[in-house]
Design a protein around this ligand. Structure first.
Ligand code: FPP
Length: 244
């Protein structure tokens, strides 16, 4: 089958079921317009809305978005507070639409360490959409790939110390089952906007065989057409998973 035929047959995703996105370039988008950085983040939320709406029609089953990294705390306090405010606003204002559209919303990272009111809001959103069978929307919040692997290793070490786990029985699958992403398929592709070529501590374990896609488009300018173009690029890749 040609890549084009394949992408028609699978709703346009070219076989990409799980796409993970590093949403980058909000600051530069704002800077280019002599606006404060918050304006770029606000437009970034609009891009999130557009992409979440377009994703199911393009054949995606899982969309993971890197919304706040464990390293983003290093930003000035007012920017951190703006980002938390936008997250709060997004979940409050979108949850009914997401639910109506069958989206199942979940979170990865140490999100339970966020402010208690935000944690309650996220818990409620998760609970409301838990049984939905449409797009799985996964937001990485206070997320870092190294920290996630450390937490999984600690969980296994605790079991070994308690005598309920033989260290020799630790396999890749067992470690995977203790990651925040347990139960999700690994991403087929990681897309980063704004032309940067870095993984930035995102899904380090899960992206072992993911295709890396990069676009110069700044995140606030990203939309369904840009998503379709990225998935076209994915469809042209030949994946071998270490084989021939
Ligand atoms: C990177 O742009 C983006 C972030 C650090 C956060 C991503 C957040 C959003 C898209 C908005 C919040 C999303 C939700 C769902 C509430 P940058 O600031 O690093 O851009 P720059 O590299 O151009 O400075």
């Amino acid at each position: 089958m040609t890549a084009v035929a394949a992408s028609i047959g699978d709703g346009g995703s070219g076989g990409c079921r799980h796409l993970a996105i590093i949403m980058d370039g909000n600051g530069r988008w704002a800077q280019g317009r002599r606006l404060p950085r918050i304006a770029g983040h606000r437009e970034g939320v609009e891009a999130v809305r557009r992409v979440v709406e377009a994703a199911p029609g393009l054949g995606l089953d899982v969309l993971t978005l890197y919304a706040f990294s464990s390293e983003n705390w290093k930003r000035p306090a007012d920017e951190v507070s703006d980002l938390m405010g936008l997250l709060r606003h997004y979940v409050k204002s979108e949850i009914d639409t997401l639910h109506r559209n069958g989206v199942c919303l979940n979170f990865i990272g140490d999100w339970r360490a966020l402010k208690p009111d935000l944690v309650s809001l996220l818990e409620a959103a998760r609970e409301k959409t838990r049984a939905n069978s449409g797009l799985k929307l996964v937001m990485a919040l206070n997320y870092g790939g190294q920290g996630e692997i450390v937490r999984a290793a600690q969980a296994l070490a605790a079991e070994a110390a308690a005598g309920t786990l033989d260290p020799a029985a630790i396999t890749a699958e067992l470690l995977e089952s203790r990651l925040d992403t347990a139960g999700l398929p690994p991403p087929d592709a990681v897309l980063r906007t704004s032309g940067e070529l870095r993984l930035s501590n995102f899904l380090l374990w899960q992206t072992a065989y993911a295709e890396y896609l990069v676009t110069d488009t700044l995140w606030p300018d990203f939309d369904g057409a840009a998503l379709a173009a990225a998935l076209d690029e994915f469809a042209r890749r030949e994946r071998r998973f270490g084989g021939r």
